[in-house]
Design a protein around this ligand. Structure first.
Ligand SMILES: [Zn+2]
Length: 83
């Protein structure tokens, strides 16, 4: 029974070591939300100015697209005429 526990611990240690020393990769590295490439420190969280702009455009586009409360054609003129 102890063998199994020891084996498990060994495995866990091995996995931890392997994960930490993954070729010197930085675990903090984020990926560009636009294209999925590793983000550039200069343009975080994007990989390039282009992706940054793309995100901005997309964002603004959505904002403009969101239909504000447009007046329905039928309910207009009702209650506006008060004398
Ligand atoms: Zn990108």
């Amino acid at each position: 029974m102890n063998d199994k526990v020891a084996d498990l611990a060994a495995r866990r240690a091995q996995r931890a070591a392997g994960g930490a020393a993954g070729g010197g990769r930085r675990p903090k590295a984020r990926r560009c939300p636009i294209c999925g490439k590793p983000a550039s420190p200069d343009h975080r969280p994007f990989c390039s100015p282009r992706c940054r702009q793309t995100d901005l455009d997309r964002w603004l586009g959505e904002v403009y697209r969101v239909p504000a409360e447009e007046p329905a054609g039928g309910a207009r003129g009702e209650g506006e005429e008060e004398t």
